[in-house]
Every structure is written in structure tokens, then in C-alpha cells.
Design a protein around this ligand. Structure first.
Ligand code: APR
Length: 399
């Protein structure tokens, strides 16, 4: 079963359960909590009083009352305090505990907002990544027969007050958004992560253990829920491809009228980088390995008949920075500077991979912003503003 991104207001969803980003007292508040309480009605306030609050990282369940959803799962995310206060562990735990409760209540469809990504200040990209990773891992580990939706919400206020954003929202219609969602779903790859610090791992262990005790589920080995593991990743890829082929998801059923199948990229546009979203073979003859980043950049610039001012303007780069790159054959760019230059040169996926490789980079299949960028490149949206528009459309940081 896939994890699917959808856009909209979670209170309108007809899933078995929706998840609420609540506070410790479960007394209602602003944001999604306010919207859920307003839509569910006063009975929800009364019921929540009987639940005795909820610790951060844990979850409690209530009926949906006036909502289309049968259950509301209330979970309390961490307040972002810079990242050293076990925020990641606690946020991961919110998703796990909510999913465990959903499973206990035999929910087949569950929708999450991005917990902690609003009033609690968790950096949006990281919150999105944790949401996706944890839900995917849950499905993979438990084999639960459950469809999970991550709801990305764009409130009216930010649309009206941010002209820049409004422009991009007008440019990118829903079908674009859904195509990127499908691209992420189909291409996401779990790669090995650096282990967390011992302190964080111990905290995660204790959160998981105490929850396991409460939920009376069998204790799992510490490594089972680590966000890593290559063999698991390979298994996951095979399984999700098979599952995708076997069954039409709810996502497809809801949105099939709006979406069109995408043509596969031409074979000559594939590369050999295993972690790159552009799968296939890199023809080394075309990209001599001795070339440095600067040398390859300047070669592409000549081949594409671009002048230096054209290139740095298209790449939204400072002229001085560009002349530093130009004059130093061993210049080491930042990753997204290299990506901006690749976009400005209108490079193909294979050429983009090759240019990034000279600087030691790749667009990762395990990072959602990189998947959005690679979607754009594969689909000929090769200007910095177009890519940034798409990233903004997803609420992600621009490059
Ligand atoms: N549907 C889906 N998502 C929504 C909706 C909605 N109707 N309304 C807001 N969101 C999104 C926000 O855009 C954000 O990305 O939910 C995410 C979480 O934001 P918050 O609701 O602010 O939740 P959080 O950051 O976890 O803060 C929780 O806010 O209102 C209080 O009582 C709540 O104290 C708690 C705190």
C-alpha cells in the first residue's frame, strides 16, 4: 500500500481516521486542531476532556463526531527547539503511535497533516521527510493493510498575503502536483543513513519501549525501526513496485480522472548512478572522468552556445560568484549552486547527473526536494524559477 501526498483540508476527508496535531491538554487550539474541532463540533471538546491529556510523541483516539472520518487520532508533536531536544525521535513517535492506534481500530485509510510543521515550528522539509519515511517504514515493517495519506495544506491567508507564492500556485495546477506526488511515490528510495547520536538513539529506544509496553506489543529490535538498511530498501522497492502494479490505490481511484500516465524517459537519458532518480547507464565516453566541475560546466556552456552573463543570470547566480567558478578549475560548488547551473544550461537528466558527479553530488532518491527537482528535469521544466515554483508548491525550501 502506498503513502500518498494529497493537497487540501483534512477535515473534508472521508478516510477511516484523520490525525490531529493536538496539544498536551487536548483542549483544541489553532491550525489543524482548530479546524478539526470546529468541524467535528462541541462533542469533540467534551470527549477530549475525558482522555486525560496526551504526552508529546504519544496518541489518543476519539470518534469523528460530525466529520466524515470515523475516528480522530490526536497526537502531540514536539515544539521545535533547534533539533537537540529529541524532536526527530518524538515526531517519528507521533506517526508510529498514531498508526498503531489506527491499526488497532482496524482503519484501512488514514490521513495525516504535517505534525509540528505549523505553530510548533518544525522545519517544513524535515517534517515532511519524517512523515513520509515513517509512514513508509511502518507499512513495510508491519505489512498493515492500510492506505496512508499525507495532507499538504495551503491556508487562504498565506495565499493572499504572499504574492510570489500566489503566482506559482496559479502556474502549477493540481494535475502537476499529483504527477509529482506519483513520481515521489514511484521513485522514493530508502538509503542508508548516518546513525543518530547515541543520546538520540537511547531516547528513541525509551520512547518506543514505553509505548510498546503501553500498547502491549512485542518489543522490537532497535534496528527494526531505524531509518536505514540497504537490503530493506531493495526489498521495499521490489515490493512497492509489485503492489503498485497489483492494485489500484485509493489515490488512483480518487484522482484517476485528473491524471495522465507519464511517458518513461528516453533510454539515452538514463545514467548509471544507483542513487539517482534517473535510472540507467551513464555513457562515460560522453563525460570524460578527468573533467572537473568547472571544466565540464564551461564545456556545456560552449556546447549550448551560452554566454557567461546568460548562464549566471539564468542560474540566478551572483556575477562575482560565477567569475570565481570560471577562474578556478578546481572550484567546489555547493550542491544547489551546481543544480541551478545545470538547470540554466537546460541539461538533460544524464548531463545533470554527470555535472553533479564531478562535484561529488547526486540528486538523491531519498530526499523529497531532490525528487521534486528530478521530476522537473525529467519533465523538461528546466528553469530555476519553474523548479522553485514547484518546490514552493510543495511547501519546500527553494534552491
Ligand atoms: N488540513 C490539513 N492541514 C492543515 C490544516 C487543515 N485544515 N490546517 C492547518 N494545517 C497544516 C499546517 O499548514 C501545518 O503544515 O497542519 C500542519 C500543522 O500545523 P499546526 O496545526 O499549527 O500544528 P503543530 O505545528 O503541530 O502545532 C500544534 O497548534 O493549534 C495548536 O493546539 C495545537 O498547540 C497545538 C499546536
Amino acid at each position: 500500500m502506498p503513502v500518498t501526498f494529497i493537497r487540501g483540508d483534512i477535515t473534508k476527508l472521508n478516510t477511516d481516521a484523520i490525525v490531529n496535531a493536538a496539544n498536551n491538554e487536548l483542549r483544541g487550539g489553532g491550525g489543524v486542531d482548530g479546524a478539526i474541532h470546529a468541524a467535528a463540533g462541541n462533542e469533540l471538546y467534551a470527549y477530549c476532556k475525558t482522555l486525560g491529556g496526551c504526552p508529546t510523541g504519544e496518541a489518543k483516539v476519539s470518534p469523528g463526531f460530525n466529520l466524515p472520518a470515523k475516528y480522530i487520532i490526536h497526537t502531540v508533536g514536539p515544539v521545535w527547539r533547534g533539533g537537540a531536544f529529541h524532536e526527530k525521535t518524538l515526531l517519528t513517535s507521533c506517526y508510529l503511535r498514531s498508526l498503531e492506534l489506527a491499526r488497532q481500530h482496524k482503519c484501512k485509510t488514514v490521513a495525516f497533516p504535517l505534525i509540528s510543521a505549523g505553530a510548533y515550528g518544525y522545519p517544513y522539509d524535515a517534517a515532511l521527510q519524517i512523515a513520509y519515511d515513517t509512514c513508509q517504514r511502518f507499512l513495510q515493517e508491519t505489512k498493515a493493510d492500510m492506505e496512508i495519506f499525507i495532507v499538504l495544506y495551503q491556508g487562504k491567508r498565506s495565499l493572499n498575503t504572499n504574492r510570489h507564492r500566489t503566482t506559482h500556485f496559479e502556474r502549477f495546477d493540481d494535475s502537476d502536483f499529483l504527477r509529482v506526488a506519483r513520481y515521489i511515490r514511484d521513485n522514493y528510495h530508502f538509503s542508508a543513513e548516518e546513525p543518530e547520536s547515541e543520546e538520540t538513539s537511547l531516547a528513541e529506544d525509551s520512547v518506543l519501549k514505553s509505548a510498546e509496553k503501553k500498547l502491549e506489543i512485542a518489543p522490537r529490535s532497535k534496528t527494526r525501526f531505524q531509518m536505514a538498511g540497504k537490503p530493506l530498501a531493495e526489498k521495499h522497492e521490489m515490493k512497492s513496485a509489485a503492489a503498485g502494479a497489483k492494485k489500484q490505490s485509493l489515490f488512483d481511484r480518487i484522482f484517476s480522472a485528473k491524471t495522465r500516465p507519464e511517458a518513461p524517459p528516453p533510454t539515452d537519458e538514463r545514467t548509471a548512478n544507483r542513487n539517482s532518480p534517473f535510472s540507467g547507464k551513464l555513457n562515460l565516453k560522453d563525460f570524460p572522468v578527468e573533467e572537473t566541475f568547472t571544466q565540464m560546466l564551461l564545456r556545456f556552456m560552449r556546447e549550448k552556445n551560452m554566454s557567461a552573463p546568460e548562464l549566471y543570470t539564468e542560474a540566478c547566480l551572483d556575477r562575482k560568484l560565477f567569475s570565481k567558478i570560471q577562474s578556478n578549475p578546481d572550484y567546489q560548488p555547493k550542491k544547489y549552486t551546481a543544480v541551478r547551473l545545470a538547470l540554466a544550461l537546460q541539461l538533460s537528466p544524464a548531463e545533470t547527473d554527470a555535472l553533479l558527479n564531478t562535484a561529488g553530488y547526486a540528486l538523491s532518491r531519498s530526499k523529497i526536494p531532490d525528487l521534486v527537482i528530478s521530476y522537473c528535469i525529467t519533465n523538461n521544466k528546466r528553469s530555476v524559477w519553474e523548479v522553485n515554483g514547484m518546490l514552493e508548491d510543495w511547501g519546500l525550501s527553494t534552491i
